[in-house]
Ligand binder design. Structure first.
Ligand code: G3P
Length: 195
């Protein structure tokens, strides 16, 4: 397995925006609904929870699969895995198949995390669920959960490259949520169902 090939594959797979394709197949332009985002949350607003779950799983798998291969062929501590994880996320955020206008990469990042550690991914999911239950905002849950993943990886003694990868990914997620952060601070953020 060639390292560069796997990184390119991760980026290309990340560039497939399942939310946009599935919404279009159902006759909806997802970018004109709710937050305008192409992710599972906004697909949920447009098409309901079942489709949100389908998009979440597909976006998650496109992050998990390349990292799984990187781990298998190059190992957890390799720069290849580091690059593959970031490439998947960058693919979703700047997709070559969609004029480089992508989503916020939370589900894809979760897939990457799952490829690194089931334990940390599980705990991050619990944190996501708790914040969502308490506050009702997907964006807030995603932000807290992605930041928590970095701290959990440090806490459990994961290698420097993995921690750095998660830090880069969390920074990308925070950057992509800048409008959500403004709305959260103003008290005008969308809930899961409200447009
Ligand atoms: O995964 C994206 C989520 O954190 C926020 O989505 O549509 O409310 O901006 P949205």
């Amino acid at each position: 397995m060639d390292s560069l090939l796997l990184i390119v594959l991760a980026y290309l797979l990340g560039s497939v925006l399942f939310g946009e394709h599935i919404a279009r197949a159902k006759g909806i332009d997802i970018r004109s609904v709710g937050s305008g985002n192409v992710g599972a949350t906004n697909v949920g607003r447009a098409l309901g929870k079942k489709y949100a779950l389908i998009v979440f799983l597909l976006d998650m798998l496109k992050g998990l699969f390349p990292v799984f291969l990187a781990r298998l062929y190059f190992g957890l501590e390799s720069w290849t895995l580091f690059m593959v994880g970031i490439a998947s996320v960058l693919g979703h955020v700047f997709p070559i198949f969609h004029n480089f206008k992508g989503g916020k990469a939370v589900a894809t990042a979760f897939g990457v995390l799952l490829g690194v550690s089931f334990k940390v991914a599980f705990l991050s999911l619990i944190i996501w669920l708790l914040v969502f239950k308490l506050k009702g905002y997907v964006s807030l849950a995603s932000l807290v959960s992605s930041a928590s993943a970095v701290f959990l990886l440090i806490l459990f003694g994961f290698p420097f490259k993995i921690v750095l990868m998660s830090l880069v990914i969390a920074s990308i997620i925070f950057y992509k949520h800048k409008d959500n952060i403004s709305r959260l601070l103003e008290g005008t953020e969308h809930t899961f169902s409200k447009e």
